[in-house]
Design a protein. Sequence first.
Length: 157
Amino acid sequence: MPIKKILTLCIVHQGDRVLLGMKKRGFGEGRWNGFGGKIEEGEDIESAMKRELQEEAGIIVSDFEKRGILEFVYEDDDTIMETHLFCVKEFEGEPVETEEMKPQWFSKAAVPFEEMWPDDKHWFPLFLEGKCFEGIFRFKDKSIITDYTLKEVDSLP
């Protein structure tokens, strides 16, 4: 029986730029990604997203919206990673490098898809357009997508 793990992922998006982080250790090491991770006991999804962004980039969320729910399934793992995706529009502080992430701003035209998870090129354009979406991505070897579904939705739970 698969185990579902609830995770957060947030991307700071302001005007024509997005803030991504180079993952320095652990799952996703060596890839540009948004900021996020596991929900701790007693924490709701939004609180976890805010905590993770502060821990990984040193900034405090002041305005955000939920944009997506994506499930990631890996052939060699019985865990389903249900990831709640947020767009952070406003924040306090300046992004700083941490032990886990090295933040960097990118223009929307220069998002480094070749150095990101392979699923990002499918949903990231919807994210940049301000759309809400849901999807499931199935992977082999954590780098090859074997199957996926992705659809726009009017609202998210």
